[in-house]
Design a protein around this ligand. Structure first.
Ligand code: FES
Length: 313
């Protein structure tokens, strides 16, 4: 699952889409097109100094001559969003990973209800361009104010019912009313802040497995990731046993001993650092793996083990 292959890309367009939201469009440098991607996929962008961050691909999946991402400025973040807003310009070269497609449309669903909050609109934008045949969709986009709503023109041209919910105009989405009763064959998707995700989870608690799809942009903080019980890992391929202290992550320890594991968000939201489990009990603290995936893997940046974990490393 790690993005070992990177594609050289050049910025050809930079647009202010809304307050604190800047989109960047790229063309590939050494090839005519980027790899194809399903709606909802993300790429891992690598800056010149090697810093990596995940961004949803928000362009049309049917046009791979360019990739587009949108970046929310995060004043309290680790700095990548500020650089992508203030320093990266048209003509600059960066690297993008092959698409990672964790958050996609259910091909069996006949009706799709998509709920976005803030910058969470980005994966849903590409998803609504990629609807399976014979299915219909409605998109609910929640923002604090109209000036923070990105891509409104593009949304208006989409072949789906788009509903804009602007909090400071008194038009908040009633999640329970929207999702309390839905027709059979409906799948629900949500990407946005934790409060919106919690409301969607609460309103869809009784739904059949596999019909609710969540993507979070809010990861565990660096401090919280380094709090927990100590545990040990056996690296079964290299036959080493390592201890992970209470105040370090598994990723920290692997880096210290030179075991190569890719990482991007380091908050448990992007899947870049996923490691396969051979045996043992993991304490999962990510927001990106499904329950099924958690049976055989964990995110090294935030998740921990109980006792001894044997890993495919
Ligand atoms: S680096 Fe993103 S989930 Fe671990």
């Amino acid at each position: 699952m790690a993005p070992r292959l990177l594609i050289a890309a050049r910025v050809v367009e930079a647009v202010r889409e809304a307050d604190d939201v800047r989109s960047l469009r790229f063309v590939p440098v050494h090839r005519p097109r980027f790899p194809s991607f399903p709606g909802g996929a993300h790429t891992i962008l690598q800056l010149a100094d090697g810093t990596r961050r995940s961004y949803s691909l928000c362009g049309d999946p049917h046009d791979t001559s360019t990739y587009q991402i949108a970046v929310l400025r995060e004043p309290d973040g680790r700095g990548a969003s500020r650089r992508l807003h203030d320093e990266v310009q048209v003509g600059d070269h960066l690297y993008l990973s092959y698409p990672q497609d964790a958050f996609g449309l259910d091909p069996e669903a006949r009706r799709h209800i998509l709920v976005a909050g803030g910058i969470g609109i980005t994966p849903l934008l590409s998803m609504v361009c990629d609807l399976p045949p014979q299915s219909t969709a409605e998109l609910h986009y929640c923002v604090r104010s109209r000036s923070r709503a990105a891509f409104l023109e593009r949304l208006a041209a989409l072949p789906v019912d788009v509903h804009l919910h602007v909090a400071d105009e008194g038009r908040r989405l009633d999640v329970a009313a929207l999702l309390g009763v839905t027709a059979p064959g409906t799948s629900v998707y949500c990407c946005g802040p934790q409060r919106l995700i919690s409301a969607v989870r609460a309103s869809t608690a009784g739904r059949p497995p596999g019909t609710v799809h969540i993507e979070s942009f809010t990861g565990l903080s660096s401090e919280r990731a380094r709090q927990g019980e100590p545990f040990e890992v056996d690296l079964t391929l290299t036959q080493r046993r390592l201890g992970v202290p209470a105040d370090q992550t598994l990723l920290d320890v692997l880096r210290e001993v030179g075991v190569p594991v890719d990482a991007s968000c380091e908050g448990g939201i992007c899947r870049t650092c996923v490691v396969d489990i051979v045996e043992g009990e993991a304490i999962h603290r990510d927001t990106c793996l499904s329950e099924q995936e958690r049976q055989g893997a964990l995110t090294a940046c935030v998740s921990r083990g109980r006792g001894l974990l044997r890993l495919l490393l």
